[in-house]
Ligand binder design. Structure first.
Ligand code: THU
Length: 128
C-alpha cells in the first residue's frame, strides 16, 4: 500500500463494494469520494437486466455527493477484486474530469494502489 493512500477512503470504498448489485457480471466495485469539507460519499455498481442502464461505482459515489450540494472533491478511491489496481471505465473518467478530482486512488482488495489525477486518466477530456 502506498503511504499517501487515504486509508479512511479506501476502507469506505471496500465497505461500499459489499453493497454492489452485480447479478449479471458478478464483478463488484466500490468507490468513495472525499468532499472538500471532509465528508465521504460512497457508491457501488448497480446493474440492470437492460445491461446499458448499469451504473458504475465511481459515478454512484460522485453523484451521491453532488446531490448533497458538493461541487469540490479532493479525492476518490475505487476498488475491486482485480489482480492489480482497478482501471476506471471511460464514462467514469469523463465524470471525474468534470469535477477535476486531483487524487484518484485505484486499488484492489489486496491493497495494491496507484494514484492518478483525472487529467492523467483522461487527457483532452470533453469540455463545454
Ligand atoms: N464497473 C464499475 O463499477 N466501475 C468501472 O470503472 C468499471 C466497471 C462495473 C460496471 C459493471 O457493473 C461491472 O463493473 C462490469 O463491467
Amino acid at each position: 500500500m502506498e503511504a499517501e493512500l487515504d486509508r479512511e477512503l479506501y476502507e469506505a470504498a471496500c465497505q461500499a463494494r459489499e453493497k454492489a448489485y452485480a447479478p449479471y457480471s458478478h464483478f463488484a466495485v466500490g468507490a468513495a469520494v472525499r468532499a472538500a469539507d471532509g465528508r465521504i460519499f460512497t457508491g457501488c455498481n448497480i446493474e440492470n437486466a437492460s445491461y446499458g442502464l448499469s451504473l458504475c461505482a465511481e459515478r454512484c459515489a460522485i453523484f451521491a455527493g453532488v446531490k448533497e450540494g458538493v461541487r469540490e472533491f479532493t479525492a476518490l478511491c475505487v476498488t475491486a477484486d482485480t489482480p492489480g489496481p482497478v482501471s476506471p471505465c471511460g464514462a467514469c473518467r469523463q465524470v471525474m474530469a468534470e469535477f477535476a478530482i486531483t487524487r484518484i486512488f485505484l486499488t484492489n482488495l489486496q491493497g495494491a494502489c496507484k494514484e492518478m489525477t483525472a487529467a492523467e486518466l483522461l487527457p483532452y477530456a470533453f469540455e463545454l
